[in-house]
Write a protein that binds this ligand. Structure first.
Ligand code: CBY
Length: 429
């Protein structure tokens, strides 16, 4: 099919979903429509989505009104099965995402939230996060990205949370907003969404708070928004993967920021990255799509019917591109702990990812280069190298670098280049 035949379909979808205020500041040009399709396709393969990680995908689907019943049923079943297996082992943020996904507009999963008391369970998990911070020098069980998802969800679903804790812990100067001295835009953005929800629900009699508290929260929001904006570079806020959530935060924060957003530059850069294949992971696509369609997580509304896209979006499967060049490439790989560094030259197939290099090094010398990993929604997360393991309570992790620059992709996604110097560095955040 020639490209021009696809445009009316996407155009119709686009203009029916996008809120009017976004249209005034963002023009999505025809050349970008195929990029939106690319994102939708990236989310559509059930085989690549594991268990509860599907919650982010389902949330995105429902927010932007993609109607694909059989896909959603498959996803819902996976999430429920995985939940049964893990029971209380879910982290607070994982549970929050499940509630957001199951509760986004009217759908058959809604009863599940109520039947399994998920909001009450989340309230308990949030309390556990706060307790952990009280006992362990302000370090939560998970991280502030997840705590923000917790507050957002408790707020949207009428759960209980303490305003005093929010005032105490969501101060923008709190160290948990930072990783290795850098402000985490993803974290700040979800916190803005959560705090905005809290301030909008003043009328909720379950939440006991004084006007002064709401003024404090408003100041937090403004400060966080300023921090997000100070991370703007070439249209992106933070990096390509945090920009979707940052856009959501700026949409809801106030009209003042919405107008200053310079949306066009942001859209151009995001679409460029999509066209370069940066959003192939289902979770990456799921996190950027709502903002591109003018939606935010605050649009998750308990009573609304799911927006129905006026057309059935049938996305052609993305053709699997055969590896063009079977040639090998060479890279240098090192493991660095404090001042001690061990390096090795590794030859891998062209198109290999960081993880392939680590595996090849491990095969050559497992004492020095041995490592372990766990699967996360963003692919493999490296937990231990040479028996030294990342620890949440010590705020330590293995940082991935290329030519001394911290990577913005994980070990399973970053495609290595010939002659590159790759490193895993024992770091504190
Ligand atoms: N999700 C979470 O709990 C994750 C929250 C998050 C802020 C997340 C980024 C943002 C998001 N949108 O999901 C996050 N990363 C956190 C909290 C962390 C820390 C995890 C430990 C903890 N306290 O929970 C930590 C250790 C600081 C961290 N991320 C490390 C890393 C590196 C992983 C290296 C390894 N050992 O495998 C890495 C690769 C950075 C590096 N150079 O070492 C990294 N993160 C990256 C790149 C990312 C981005 C992934 C982008 C991509 N395309 O793969 C990220 C989106 C994300 C996932 N991290 Co962290 C941020 C970004 O670049 N915009 C909720 C849960 C329910 O799913």
């Amino acid at each position: 099919m020639r490209q021009s035949h696809q445009l009316p379909l996407m155009g119709l979808l686009w203009f029916s979903l996008i809120p009017s205020q976004l249209c005034q500041i963002c023009e999505v040009s025809e050349k970008d429509y195929p990029c939106l399709k690319t994102l939708i396709s990236a989310m559509d393969s059930l085989e690549r989505i594991r268990g509860i990680n599907g919650a982010s995908i389902m949330l995105s689907h429902r927010l932007v009104g993609i109607q694909n019943q059989s896909f959603e049923e498959g996803l819902s079943q996976r999430i429920r099965d995985d939940m049964k297996r893990r029971v209380s082992n879910l982290t607070s943020g994982q549970l929050a995402l499940i509630i957001l996904a199951f509760g986004a507009c009217k759908n058959p999963d809604k009863a599940f939230i109520h039947d399994h008391c998920l909001v009450e369970k989340l309230g308990k998990k949030f309390e556990d996060e706060i307790k952990n911070m009280e006992i362990h020098q302000g370090i939560p069980l998970t991280n502030y990205y997840q705590l923000s998802l917790d507050v957002l969800t408790l707020c949207l679903f009428n759960g209980s949370y303490s305003i005093t804790s929010i005032i105490k812990y969501f101060n923008p100067e709190n160290k948990n907003y930072y990783f290795g001295g850098n402000f985490s835009v993803d974290t700040g953005a979800v916190a803005v969404l959560a705090l905005t929800c809290v301030n909008r629900s003043r009328i909720n009699e379950k939440i006991k708070a004084e006007t002064e508290d709401f003024n404090t929260i408003q100041k937090y929001i403004e400060s966080l928004v300023n921090k997000i904006q100070s991370q703007k570079n070439d249209g992106l806020f933070g990096n390509a993967y945090s920009t979707g959530e940052a856009m959501q935060a700026l949409f809801v924060a106030s009209d003042y920021y919405k107008n200053k957003l310079n949306c066009q530059q942001t859209l151009d850069t995001v679409f460029y990255h999509i066209s370069q294949g940066a959003f192939q992971l289902p979770i990456a696509a799921a996190q950027i799509l709502p903002a591109l369609m003018g939606k935010t997580y605050l649009d998750v509304n308990e009573n609304a019917t799911c927006a129905r896209s006026p057309v059935n979006i049938t996305v052609e499967p993305v053709p699997v591109v055969p590896a063009i060049s079977p040639a090998n490439i060479s890279v240098n790989y090192s493991v660095k702990i404090n001042e001690t560094s061990n390096s090795i030259n590794i030859t891998v197939k062209n198109g290999s990812v960081f993880l392939n290099v680590m595996e090849a090094a491990q095969e050559k010398n497992s004492t020095v280069y041995g490592f372990t990993m766990v699967e996360s929604s963003w692919g493999p997360y490296i937990t231990c190298v040479r028996g030294i393991c990342a620890s949440n309570s010590d705020r330590t992790y293995w940082e991935l670098l290329s030519n001394n620059k911290s990577l913005d992709q994980g070990a399973g996604s970053y495609v290595v280049k010939n002659g590159e110097h790759l490193e895993v560095l024992w770091s504190k955040y």
